[in-house]
Design a protein around this ligand. Structure first.
Ligand code: MRU
Length: 352
């Protein structure tokens, strides 16, 4: 088996482009039917893009927010980094408010703030370099995680994934989808099933399209088909990303992940979470404390502008859920693999 990966052949999609004076975001609301970049010239444009899901996926929104802060810096004057931090505090708080659940957003902004605080008169360059470094490190982490995660998968396996965790959700290559890319290249994964991921259809629109770009043909399944799929023996692993991993291994991810983990355990299917260490939040003891984003109920009433529900009803639209650590077989980060994660194992891997 060839365990090396030809990164130039795969993974050509780049959702975030810094031009030197603006941020260009591949518009994920319009994919796969329109491949268009939205140009952000201010940090408010970036805030709007994160909130509207023009850019989405935990690592990607952290990277976008970092560039948003670079744009915010264009609107202030400061003699050194310490003064710039004071002037940029409102922009940092505002960008951080764009979405609540993925910790990568707060992580990236905290990292930008930290380097800024100790920068001198060249603070603008320092800020811009740091945003670039956050993106570069995310890509490197994903590539490393891909091989770590793939190594857990027996040749010829089938896998089921949820939401979109690929290049579109990161600086490139992807988290869970990076593991899947590597696993397919190494012939460990024979078949990829992608759940639609209602209501926003990240799986049907984004994951399916992304895998097609690599020449990988996924099989699309309705989210409600997952447990039945597992009874057929076609799936040996469920592989998902994460928006926040707590100190005890509890994991927040796209709504529907929790029921996949329950079904996987029932059917003897293994469950893997792949995420960079920027998704680990050791200050959050367990999943009960995580702020679960609730989006507009209207997302459940329409699909592509076409009404899909009876009029005059209410709906509840939480867009993340928590998978308890006891249902997770492996957490894969660029720092290594944690099997059967719990507070002790997380502390050993990520404690100060
Ligand atoms: C590498 S992405 C991991 C998660 O961020 C992903 O599965 C997810 O839940 C994204 O949610 P989204 O609402 O599309 O931003």
């Amino acid at each position: 088996m060839n365990d090396t990966f030809d990164f130039d052949r795969y993974d050509r999609v780049r959702p975030i482009r810094w031009t030197g004076d603006a941020l260009e975001l591949l518009d994920q609301r319009r994919l796969p039917f329109h491949v268009e970049y939205v140009r952000c010239e201010t940090s408010e444009d970036v805030f709007d893009s994160i909130r509207a899901l023009t850019v989405r996926g935990a690592p990607a929104i952290g990277i976008a927010a970092a560039w948003g802060l670079v744009l915010a810096a264009r609107e202030i004057k400061a003699e050194d980094g310490a003064a710039a931090v004071l002037a940029l505090e409102p922009a940092i708080t505002h960008l951080n408010d764009a979405r609540p659940t993925a910790v990568n957003l707060a992580w990236a902004l905290a990292r930008m703030r930290r380097v800024l605080a100790s920068a001198g008169s060249d603070w603008r360059e320092v800020l811009e370099r740091e945003a670039g470094a956050i993106a570069d490190e995310d890509l490197a982490a994903n590539r490393h995680m891909g091989s770590l995660g793939a190594a857990l998968i027996a040749p010829g396996s089938g896998v089921l994934t949820h939401c979109n965790t690929g290049s579109l959700a990161t600086a490139g290559f992807g988290t869970a989808l990076g593991v899947i890319r590597a696993g397919v290249a190494q012939q460990r994964i024979a078949q990829v099933f992608a759940g639609e991921t209602r209501p926003w259809l990240q799986g049907a629109r984004l994951t399916a399209w992304e895998l097609q770009q690599d020449g990988i043909a996924p099989v699309l399944v309705a989210d409600s088909a997952a447990a039945h799929l597992m009874t057929t023996g076609q799936v040996q692993w469920v592989i998902v990303g994460a928006d926040r991993i707590c100190a005890n291994g509890d994991t927040a991810n796209k709504i529907g992940t929790y029921q996949l983990a329950i079904a996987a355990r029932h059917h003897g299917v293994k469950f893997m979470v792949a995420a960079p260490s920027s998704t680990v939040d050791m200050a959050m003891p367990d999943g009960a404390g995580i702020d679960i984003e609730e989006r507009d109920a209207a997302e459940l009433f329409h699909l592509g502008g076409v009404a899909t529900a009876a009029g005059g009803i209410t709906a509840w639209n939480p867009v993340f859920d928590i998978t308890p650590h006891g249902l997770i077989d492996a957490i894969v980060t660029e720092r290594g693999v944690i099997m059967q994660p719990d507070a002790t194992a997380m502390q050993a891997a990520f404690g100060a």
